[in-house]
Design a protein around this ligand. Structure first.
Ligand code: AMP
Ligand code: MG
Length: 465
C-alpha cells in the first residue's frame, strides 16, 4: 500500500523568521530497521515507504523546514542553535484530535548545523527509539518514535566510521524554551508575540497571556520532572533547548535509567560538574522556567509588575514539583493520598537504598514481598522501615501501577545496539516487546529485569550522537 500522511501544517504558515525551508539530504540505501505500526495508525498514516522516512522522497503535503531556536547549554547562553540535523516534515492531527509534528532526525545538514554533519548514527537512533517508546509505555509524556531507517552511509564519529540512520520523531510540537529565548534575546518582540500566541493556542489554550503560558508550562514541567524521578530517569542534557513547552520529554542523548540508586548519579560523559545529576533535576527544571520567564516578560508593558508576577510563578514551582513528587513516590509505597508527614518515610527508604546500593526499580517492585529485604545489605534497618510502613496499610494495586517491573537498562541498550550494528534486530524487537508492558511483564522477560553484573555496567553515556 502506498504511503499516505494526512498533513495539516501550521508551523509552516508562521513567518519566515521562525525557520528555513529546505529538503532532507537523500541517502544511499534506505532500509527500514524499525516501524511503529501502532503509532502510525494513531496518526492516521497508511502505508510505509522507507524512501520518505530516510529523507529521499518528500511526501505529498509536507512542508519541510528546519526550526530556529537558541538556548542555555550547561548554564551558558548560546545565541543560536536550531535544527542542525533535523527537518520538520509537517504536522498531522491524530485520532484523538491532537496536532503532532513529524520530524526526521539525522536527515542532513541545515543552515543551523554549525560544525556538525547533520547526521546520526544507528546507536543513538535506536537508543532514542527504545527509550522514548519505553517512556511512553511508562505513562510519562514524551516524544515518540515512528521509524528508524538505515541510510547505507557511514557517519564519522570519534570511534571511527559508524552506520548512519534516520529517526522519525513524533512530538506534540518542537517548541522549546529556547525557541522563545532566541527572539527575546534579539529583541524581536513581534516574533516573540506571534510565537507566544501560537504556543498558547496549540498547547495551553486556557492560558491567559504570556504569564498564563508561563504558569501552564511550569505546571507541566513540574509534573514531568517528578515523573522522571519516580522511574529513576536521568535526562542528562536539561538545556533550555531540550525543554518543551508541551511538557513532553525530548532529546534522548546521554540519558539513562539508574540501576543502583544514588541521588548524585550522573551518566553523561560531558556533564563533568554533575549539573544534571539525578537529584538536581527538580532544581534545573525550575531554572529552565526562570529562563522562559525572562523571555516572556519582554512582552509585558508594565515590566516591574510583570517581573513580580513572573517571579511569584517561578517561585511556586518547587512546591508543585514537591507535590507531584510526593504523589508519585507515595504511590510507589502504596499510599493513595500521601501527606506531607509521609515524606520522611519515603526519604528513609531512599536513604537505605542509597547506603546499600539497592537497585531502584527492582527494590520498589519487590516491596511487600518476601524478596524485598534481599535488596538491602542492612536487613535490620530495612525490617525496621518495613514495620513502620506496614502500619500505613499500603495498597498493593496502587504500588503495582507505580512500580514498573522493567526499565530500559543501559547494558541492555548497548547489547541491542551492538547486535543491530551486526545486522541482528532481534534483541531490539525483544526489548521493545518487554518495555511495552512495564507494569504487567510476562515471566519470559525476567532476564531483562536483572541489573548489570560488574562486567556489564555501562558507567557513562556519550553525547557523540
Ligand atoms: P542536542 O545536544 O542534541 O540537543 O543538540 C544541540 C544542538 O546541536 C542542536 O542545535 C542540534 O541540532 C545540534 N547538533 C547535534 N548534533 C548534530 C550533528 N551531528 N550535526 C549538526 N548539528 C547537530
Ligand atoms: Mg536538542
Amino acid at each position: 500500500m502506498s504511503l499516505h500522511i494526512p498533513f495539516d501544517n501550521s508551523y509552516a504558515t508562521l513567518p519566515d523568521a521562525f525557520y528555513t525551508r529546505l529538503h532532507p539530504t537523500p541517502v544511499r540505501a534506505a532500509d527500514t530497521l524499525a516501524w511503529n505500526a501502532a503509532l502510525a495508525a494513531d496518526l492516521g498514516i497508511t502505508g510505509q515507504d522507507p524512501a520518505v522516512f530516510a529523507g529521499n522522497t518528500v511526501p505529498d503535503g509536507a512542508a519541510p523546514l528546519a526550526q530556529l531556536y537558541s538556548g542555555h547549554q550547561f548554564g551558558s547562553y548560546n545565541p543560536q542553535l536550531g535544527d542542525g540535523r533535523a527537518i520538520l516534515l509537517g504536522e498531522v492531527i491524530d485520532q484523538t484530535g491532537v496536532r503532532r509534528d513529524i520530524q526526521l532526525k539525522g536527515s542532513g545538514p541545515t543552515p543551523y548545523s554549525r560544525m556538525g554533519d547533520g547526521r546520526a548514527w544507528l546507536g543513538p537512533v535506536l537508543r532514542e527509539y527504545v527509550v522514548s517508546e519505553a517512556m511512553h509505555a511508562l505513562g510519562i509524556p514524551t516524544t515518540r518514535a515512528l521509524a528508524a531507517i538505515a541510510t547505507g552511509e557511514p557517519v564519522l564519529r570519534e570511534q571511527g566510521p559508524l552506520p548512519g540512520a534516520v529517526l522519525t520523531r513524533v512530538a506534540a510540537s518542537h517548541l522549546r524554551v529556547g525557541t522563545f529565548q532566541i527572539f527575546a534575546h534579539r529583541g524581536h518582540i513581534d516574533e516573540l508575540r506571534t510565537l507566544t500566541d501560537y504556543a498558547i493556542a496549540r498547547h495551553h489554550p486556557e492560558a491567559d497571556g504570556p504569564l498564563g503560558l508561563l504558569a501552564a508550562v511550569c505546571q507541566v514541567q513540574a509534573e514531568l520532572v517528578a515523573a522522571w524521578m519516580s522511574v529513576g530517569f536521568i535526562h542528562g542534557v536539561m538545556n533550555t533547548d531540550n525543554c518543551t513547552v508541551s511538557g513532553e520529554t525530548i532529546d534522548y542523548g546521554p540519558c539513562a535509567f539508574m540501576d543502583a540508586y544514588h541521588e548524585g548519579r550522573v551518566f553523561s560523559s560531558i556533564d563533568q560538574m554533575g549539573r544534571y545529576a539525578y537529584g538536581n533535576q527538580p532544581r534545573i527544571a525550575v531554572w529552565n522556567m526562570a529562563q522562559l520567564a525572562t523571555a516572556l516578560i519582554q512582552l509585558m508593558d508594565d515590566k516591574d509588575a510583570a517581573i513580580e508576577q513572573a517571579t511569584a510563578i517561578v517561585h511556586a514551582m518547587p512546591g508543585q514539583v514537591q507535590a507531584a513528587w510526593l504523589r508519585r513516590f507515595g504511590a510507589k509505597i502504596g499510599l493513595t493520598e500521601p501527606r506531607a508527614e509521609d515524606q520522611p518515610l519515603i526519604e528513609g527508604l531512599l536513604a537505605l537504598m542509597q547506603a546499600d546500593g539497592a537497585d531502584f526499580t527492582n527494590a520498589f517492585a519487590a516491596l511487600g514481598t518476601d524478596a524485598a529485604r534481599d535488596h538491602f545489605v542492612d536487613r535490620d534497618a530495612f525490617d525496621a522501615w518495613e514495620d513502620k510502613w506496614r502500619k500505613l496499610k499500603p495498597d498493593a494495586e496502587v504500588m503495582a501501577r507505580a512500580n514498573p517491573q522493567i526499565i530500559p537498562r543501559n547494558h541492555r541498550i548497548e547489547e541491542m545496539i551492538e547486535a543491530a550494528v551486526g545486522g541482528d534486530m532481534d534483541p531490539f524487537k525483544r526489548l521493545m516487546d518487554a518495555l511495552s508492558q512495564p507494569y504487567d511483564l510476562p515471566a519470559t522477560f525476567d532476564d531483562l529485569r536483572r541489573p548489570p553484573t560488574q562486567d556489564e555496567v555501562v558507567p557513562a553515556t556519550f553525547c557523540g550522537t
